[in-house]
Design a protein around this ligand. Sequence first.
Ligand code: PLP
Length: 409
Amino acid sequence: MALNRFNINEIRKQFPVLDQHVYGKPLVYFDNAATTQKPLCVIERERDYYLHENCNIHRGVHYLSQMATEAYENARKTVAQFVNAKQPQEIVFTRGTTESLNLLATSLGQLLVNQGDKVVVSAMEHHSNMVPWQQMLMRSKGELLVIRMDKKGVLDLNHYEELLKQRPKIVSIAHISNTLGTVNPIKEMIAMAHKYDIPVIIDGAQSMAHQVIDVQDLDCDFYVFSGHKMYAPMGIGGLYGKMEWLEKMPPYQFGGEMVDTVSFEKTTFNKVPFKFEAGTPNVGAALGLETAVKFIQSFDRQEVEAYEDELLEYATEQLANIEGTRFIGQAPKRNGLISFVIDGIHPYDLGTIIDKMGVAVRTGHHCAEPVMTFFGIPGTVRASFAMYNTKEEINIFVKAVERAANMLK
Ligand code: PLP
């Protein structure tokens, strides 16, 4: 495939939503960690599906159903190839990261976690990678072990090693923190857990759009993600799992599609991945996800990553000039986002005022309350970037923050 030149004006044309005014000001969209905008090709793919192809899949003998089934299974192949899974069947479609993690806490939990057993997460997890484990462990009277981090937002690997020696049954950690931007050394952490034969789940919600993911090279047992954070529609995402695990795991939800034979006495289940996909899936969104993957692949990934790093560095430099700015998350390896507070100003007030200046950022605890507790703050202002953002937008954002801070002091 011929690669698109990284031409920011051309890229922005793909995202008409960016070209609008809010409160009479040009929109600056820096809430990409919450959800990215969607390019025209993705919107058109989903629209086309409903205009010409819509049908329930896997069960019809007629033309439309067969076409839709083939398209859905091709989308699975594209995602599998994107993360370098060994086979398409290792990709299970879900609603997104949250559903994938709930599936794993239930199904892998049922397979591996017995009364009193332990599961390891890190101190910087999103609630989605913490609460499902906590709830599952409450039922099994087990214990959640939490890898410590330092004030820069770097995980303590010595502490991790100590926790592994307690023989937890599962490790589940974020690739990139959605509050701190820390890129965790997951390859090393996976290898450390494997020395104790412990399977590792990686929460890739914040990484799929920004980094090249190779699940075979990482050797992770599971990798979970959300389509809407990587230019795809909402309501679709998935999990990669090594086939040997998926085959052993019990189903998560029950109903149509996931069964093989059913009688009132007994039910046998379909093969992987269908065993985990009960009910009618979001076919249109899966096709949108496939298009989003192809969109990402149409660029030189290194070039995009370098550009996004440049944006992050520039925003950090510019914000540092504002008096009282304190960055929350100063790990040497960060990606995609910047979290900060300004002394004496509530992040919510700052976010609300800069919104009126056309700048969309996220404020609050970012679904990671324990991280805020750790830093002793109510929340942060988070600016998160995508490939379509520019330095000019950063200039507008920094000026807006400066003005708002002056108004609030
Ligand atoms: N994990 C991380 C690191 C996230 O950033 C998010 C969303 O912000 C999630 C999990 C949950 O993703 P979703 O709401 O798409 O299920």
